[in-house]
Design a protein around this ligand. Structure first.
Ligand SMILES: *Cc1c(COP(=O)(O)O)cnc(C)c1O
Length: 383
């Protein structure tokens, strides 16, 4: 064992989540599994085959390099969609390999058409509409140019998608902003319709919109966080609870993160633990050293705050989180031994540490905590 911690990915939890989501969105709507950020820390190599077993055949990533990671493990039958960055060289690679990509500026559109002509391979486009998120996306007044180019080059393109992204469907405080975006998106749809262009997929919803704004479901949904078993926010869960009698177990966490006790020592009263003076033993205590630190995704802001599970007990981090270790106070649990399993996220006997509690303690979102899990931690499938 040359790694200091490992991640377990639960097959049954993943299957369960997809089934729950399929129930909500209906049989005829396609799911694209969003696997950017190394599948939200779960590992692209682990999640893509698992999603394919659950009959998902579409994957969404941010960049061309992420698309390549998916391409290397996905079945040739699966489609891959880049929602953000690609340079000209990567654009050629994408077209060559039938990779779909967002288009949100005229430059990318003309370049894509030019390459598609040269390679005699159609470019598979998703036209992104600016509806109020104000990140990427075409403004409505650009539509005549886009439609003109698309019609003139219809042999060289496939109009795969017309899409947009909501600015905060996970909170009711953004209700008017989201409703305006829905209205604005429909104007785009009508414009394309009037000009005889119909996308294969209209898609706008991420997890939160899928779970709270029924009308955003359309032809495809882009599900990220929910497939991994997390409600985008507490509000999203409450909405499903009130409306559809959801239970918080309707989405099941897929990930667990574990390590082992590396060594144990006693510290005298009045001594400090770790760097500086942030923790002083006020009596003789016993600590266990665990080989996971901020270089491994355990945030430094959990110094003197984090908790882990050992032998079914919840124990506290004492002192500062270092680059590669934490120390936990095990004074009250004398039977803890080097080599004992340490649960950082997950269940051990009757106790559980959620990503959310872990995140809140460090003032981070689930998304951020997960995305920060380093790629080199081994991921194992468990039943
Ligand atoms: C990340 C992302 C999603 C998925 O969001 P979740 O909240 O994780 O479901 C969907 N669409 C776009 C454009 C994204 O960037």
């Amino acid at each position: 064992m040359d790694h200091t911690s490992y991640i377990e990915i639960s097959k049954s939890a993943y299957r369960h989540n997809i089934k729950y989501l399929r129930n909500i969105i209906g049989k005829d709507v396609r799911i694209t599994s969003v696997v950017k950020g190394n599948a939200y820390g779960h590992g692209v190599e682990t999640i893509v085959p698992l999603a394919e077993k659950a009959k998902i055949r579409h994957f969404a990533v941010f960049s061309a390099s992420e698309a390549l990671d998916v391409f290397n493990v996905a079945s040739p039958k699966s489609d891959i969609m880049i929602m953000g960055y690609l340079n000209d060289e990567q654009l050629a690679w994408a077209i060559e390999n039938g990779i779909e990509f967002y288009v949100f500026d005229l430059n990318r559109l003309t370049k894509a058409i030019e390459l598609a002509k040269k390679m005699n391979k159609p470019a598979r486009l998703h036209i992104e509409a600016e509806t109020g998120f104000n990140r990427t996306g075409f403004e409505y007044d650009k539509l005549p140019d886009i439609v003109g180019l698309m019609k003139d080059n219809c042999d060289h393109i496939v109009f795969e998608g017309l899409c947009t992204h909501y600015a905060g469907a996970e909170s009711i405080s953004n209700y008017y902003r989201v409703m305006n975006q829905i209205r604005e998106y429909r104007r785009f749809v009508r414009y394309f319709n009037r000009h005889g262009l119909k996308p294969n997929y209209r898609h706008t919803a991420g997890s939160a919109a899928t779970l709270t704004y029924n009308q955003t479901i359309m032809d495809m949904v882009r599900v990220g966080i929910a497939q991994y078993g997390f409600w985008p926010t507490q509000e999203t869960f409450i909405y499903q609870f009130k409306r559809n009698h959801a239970k918080d177990t309707d989405l099941k966490r897929v990930i667990s993160w574990k390590s082992r006790v590396m060594s144990i020592k006693e510290v005298d009263s009045g001594e400090f633990v770790g760097y500086g003076t942030s923790y002083m033993a006020s009596k003789r205590i016993k600590i266990a050293i665990i080989p996971v630190g901020y270089a491994n995704g355990f945030s430094r802001s959990l110094s003197n705050m984090g908790r882990v599970l050992i032998r079914g007990r919840r124990v506290s981090v004492v002192g500062t989180v270092t680059m590669n270790t934490i120390s936990v106070n095990i004074t009250d649990f004398p039977n803890i031994q080097p080599g004992d399993e340490v649960v950082i996220v997950g269940k051990q006997s009757r106790l559980d540490i959620s990503v959310a509690s872990f995140s809140e303690m460090s003032s981070q979102l689930n998304y951020q905590t997960l995305a920060r899990l380093p790629g080199n931690i081994p991921r194992y499938l468990v039943p």
